[in-house]
Design a protein around this ligand. Structure first.
Ligand code: GUN
Ligand code: FE
Length: 449
């Protein structure tokens, strides 16, 4: 298959690459073989051959080919709660709303209904890869992996571990540490074989919810499983004052230091939030090659601070974006690109209008739309250690086609005013699911309008 169209992507942090009328050759396994520019000597031959073999897919006027969006942090069971219950701080929100909702996934019928709806909706929003937290339930979380497998989404899925009786209610807790570890192994084994031996589109993650919800024994056991299987790890890290202080109290360490002691910081670990990390924590996270899921909308409600995205990127950390459904009230990654830029601007400018302008904010904190888009694609890909996030030879063809010329949309473009780079900026700020005309994962067309 050859896809012909204008490619907009950001392989290098802070800059955009535009390939006008590029030809993207994709093999039967969904791998990009090569990308030809119009000036390439092979362009015309490649185009003619594709036409002759009826292998050409041409984008229409006003359509652009972008990498699929990567969401590094979704709580799948919280989908029914999206857009509500955000008036409480983290601890109370978990205990009063979230744990009771998650407990319902003992019911597999309910799980299938919700997870089918979630995966459909995220794909429709152009999210081609998601790192999911399930619930404590082994069977329902296997079902979540099944639904991703069936619908064709790229996913990393984890059975949530919560075995600490001090922090987890009786109605929503693993029976014991031994059960937490046995079920994690069973889950990793199940997902590892899910698409047949050649498929790696759906992968497992070891998933301690966060330090408060786990006993030390469970954290240690999960660290061992992560090392043994060399699989992904996901957890929350230094998200809010309450949570960060709880870990300091219990372990005398920051989350980062504590997770490291349990062997949970690997090059396949994604730390959600990481808002309150110290400069030394940043160094540890970089040295261990972990990724950070920056969840800018969720952070407004739960974090008590603004994640220093600029500082983290400048320090060489791998940062991607997460919706944190339902801690963040929006399902799509473009909203979170906007929020990441907005939060960084507020951090730079400051918050107290009565404070002196010179001391009101934190200088040099801003990120721009290109950096936000990089996080939404390349940053997420690197955090997950996957060959996705850009339209280049050697990468998987995970892509979206954005239509900028719909009559019923907030996105308008003007031929004589907008460059392709302007169009990317407008897409980030004004496109929504209506504009996502096609969604491709691993060379397979999953949505077409
Ligand atoms: N920390 C532990 N669990 C959660 C959760 O479900 N959402 C968020 N935002 N933080 C958490
Ligand atoms: Fe979360």
């Amino acid at each position: 298959m050859i896809v012909k169209g204008t490619i907009i992507h950001t392989p290098v942090l802070g800059s955009v690459e535009i390939i006008h009328d590029g030809l993207v050759a994709v093999d039967d396994d969904g791998q990009i073989l090569h990308v030809h520019r119009t000036e390439s000597g092979e362009y015309e031959t490649c185009l003619a051959a594709a036409r002759a073999d009826d292998q050409l897919i041409e984008l229409q006027r006003g359509q652009y080919l972008l990498p699929g969006l990567v969401d590094l942090h979704v709580h799948a069971p919280q989908w029914p709660q999206l857009g509500k219950a955000l008036h409480l701080p983290l601890y109370d929100w978990l205990q009063q709303y979230t744990f009771p909702l998650e407990a319902r996934y003992a019911d597999l019928g309910f799980a299938r209904t919700v997870y089918t709806s979630l995966v459909e909706n995220l794909l429709a929003n152009g999210t081609t890869t998601v790192m999911y937290f399930g619930t404590i339930h082994l069977e329902a979380t296997k079902l979540l992996a099944d639904v991703c497998q069936e619908q064709g989404q790229r996913a990393i899925v984890g059975k949530v571990v919560m075995d600490n009786p001090d922090q987890c209610p009786d109605f929503y807790r693993d029976e014991s540490c031994a059960v937490s570890l046995d079920e994690t192994r069973a889950f990793v084994d199940y997902v590892s074989g899910i698409g047949g031996k050649d498929s790696d589109r759906v992968l497992p993650a070891v998933t301690p919810r966060f330090i408060p919800s786990c006993t030390d024994e469970a954290l240690l056991g999960l660290g061992n499983i992560a090392q043994e299987y060399a699989c992904h790890v996901q957890t929350h890290c230094s998200e809010s004052d309450w949570e960060h202080d709880y870990v300091l109290d219990r372990h005398g360490l920051n989350d980062t230091q504590s997770l490291d002691q349990f062997g949970l910081l690997t090059d396949k670990t994604v730390l959600a939030h990481a808002n309150l990390i110290s400069p030394a924590d940043m160094t540890t996270i970089r040295d261990r090659e972990c990724g950070i899921a920056h969840c800018p909308l969720s952070n407004i409600y739960f974090s008590n601070a603004v994640f220093p995205a600029r500082k983290a990127l400048d320090a060489g950390l791998t940062v991607g974006l997460g919706t944190d459904i339902s801690g963040g009230p929006r399902a799509d990654i473009l909203s979170n690109c906007q929020a990441a830029v907005n939060a960084s601007r507020s951090l730079e400018e400051g918050v107290d209008a009565n404070a002196d302008a010179a001391t009101r904010g934190m200088p040099d904190s801003r990120i721009d739309y290109l950096e936000a888009f990089w996080m939404a694609t390349v940053g997420g890909a690197r955090a997950l250690d996957l060959q996705i996030g850009q339209i280049s030879a050697g990468y998987r063809f995970d892509a979206i086609v954005v239509d900028t010329e719909l009559p019923d949309s907030n996105l308008t473009t003007w031929d004589d005013l907008d460059t392709a780079e302007d169009i990317l900026q407008k897409i980030i700020y004004n496109a929504d699911r209506r504009n996502i005309a096609q969604v491709w994962v691993q060379g397979k067309l999953l949505k077409s309008r």
